[in-house]
Write a protein that binds this ligand. Sequence first.
Ligand code: PEP
Length: 259
Amino acid sequence: MKRRYCIAGNWKMNPPGAAGGLLLEMREKLDEITAVDLIICPPFTALDNARQLFQNFRITIGAQNLFWEDKGAYTGEISASMLSAIGVEYVIIGHSERRQYFDDTDETVNKRMKAALKAGLKPILCLGETESEREDGITFEVVRKQFRGALEGIEIKELKDFMIAYEPVWAIGTGKTAKPADAQEVHELLRKLLAEKYTFEFSESTRILYGGSVKPDNAEGLFRQPDIDGALIGGASLSTVSFRQIAEAAEFLTTNEHE
Ligand code: PEP
C-alpha cells in the first residue's frame, strides 16, 4: 500500500530578514499541487504571517522546535500551546541540528514529543545516523535507539497524524543523498519498529519521510521506494522552483499509480 505523499520544507534560520515575500511566492507557485500534502516550517517569527497567508490554501504550517514546559521562566523558549494557539499544525522534533548544536537527546526529544501531542500538534520526528555510525555498520542500532527513546511512554491513541523523518546526518546539507535502496532499508526497519511497538495497521498508515539533500533530480528515485512517503527538505525548500519540482515528482508518481 502506498500512502499519500507529504513534502515538507524546513527553512531552518532562513531567509534572513522578513519571510513574507518567500511565503507569498510559495502560496502562488504551489497551490496547483493537489495530490500531495505540503508543509512549510518557517522560523518562529514567520509562523503567524504564514498562517494568515496560507489560510484557505493547501499549504499547512509547522514549527521547527518547541520547549516541553507549557509556560514559565524559560527565557527564549516557545511552548506547544503557544504554537497551537496561533494555528500551527506540525512541529519538527529531534532534528539533527538540534541534537548537534543545542544538546537535544533522546530524553529531551521524548519530552518535546509528549508536549507536542498534549497540545494537539502533529510531530515530525527526525532521526538518523552520523557518517561514522554508518561506517561502523551501526545505522540500524542507532535508529532503533532513537526511535525507542523518542516514543518511550507514548501510546498509539496519542499519535494522531504523526510522521517520522529518516535523515542520515551525513546527507543533511552536504549534497550527498542516500541511495534510494539504502534509505529504503532504514524506512523498512522503521515500519517494522512501528508495527512492533504499536500495530501493523498503524505502521502501514504512518508516513515516513526521507530527508538529506533531496533535490528535483533525485526525488523521484527516492519516492519510488515502497516505504518512502515523501521528504523533509532543507536547502531545496527555499526555492519555489525546486520545492515545486520535488512536489511534482511526488504528484507524478501519485497520478501514474507508481508504475
Ligand atoms: C533538513 O534540514 O532536514 C534537510 C534535509 O536539509 P537538506 O535538504 O538541506 O539536506
